[in-house]
Write a protein that binds this ligand. Structure first.
Ligand code: PRP
Length: 202
């Protein structure tokens, strides 16, 4: 049996639909239940940002996680496959009337993605103070908390509706199938069989 950590939230529905197809049955978590057994799988319903933790620590053999989170935390995991959904960009945003001043002595950037942000600005030799937030990142420049943000842009609507613009793209992200390193050895046959099934349906 394979234990699969599935994300709630923006890539949740696509992940459930994919595994339902791979498993040949409808998958529905009952009411508030967080574990669902179906066919050869045990599914765990976890918060988007936590999937990789379950897989890293071996509580799940495989899972679905955004490349942004994998990049941010640099996990020691097997990246099996780009699933192609949950596509978005990680971008730098600022107020419409502002611009990125490469010569500024220091800028303040609000983000959930602290490491990606630091790496990006270090490459540009820009000094940044990073303010870690957990959500509603677009608010920060509007109320003077930061000069800029680094955040996920999917449709661009949140930035637009809040008078922000993208000034730079940092990376593309999408949902990836990941595996625990030990599981990948111990359950290689099962994982590769699933991999083959998924490759055929995506
Ligand atoms: C993400 C991201 C942006 C928004 C981008 O937020 O942080 O706010 O989605 O999507 P869009 O380009 O389609 O408008 P999420 O919904 O995950 O909520 P949170 O970051 O506020 O928790």
């Amino acid at each position: 049996m394979l234990v699969v950590a599935l994300p709630k939230g923006r890539i949740g529905d696509d992940s459930l639909a994919l595994f339902a197809k791979a498993n040949g049955s409808k998958l529905e978590f009952e009411d508030r239940k967080l574990i669902l057994e179906a066919g050869d799988f045990k599914f765990l319903l976890v918060k988007n940002q936590d999937v990789a933790e379950y897989v890293l620590h071996g509580a799940a053999d495989i899972g679905v996680a955004g490349l942004d989170i994998l990049e941010e935390r640099n996990y020691d995991l097997v990246k099996l496959l780009d699933l192609g959904f949950g596509r978005c960009k990680i971008s730098v945003g600022m107020k419409n009337e502002d611009h990125l001043d490469l010569n500024a002595p220091e800028i303040t950037v609000a983000t959930k993605l602290v490491n990606i942000t630091k790496k990006h600005f270090a490459k540009k030799a820009m000094s940044v103070e990073v303010i870690k937030l957990n959500g509603s990142i677009e608010l920060a420049p509007l109320v003077g908390l930061s000069d800029a943000i680094v955040d996920i842009v999917e449709t661009g609507t949140t930035m637009k509706q809040n008078g922000l613009k993208v000034v730079e793209d940092i990376m593309d992200s999408s949902a990836h199938l990941i595996a625990n390193k030990n599981s990948f050895i111990a359950k290689k046959r099962e994982i590769l069989a699933l991999y083959d099934r998924i490759v055929k349906i995506i």
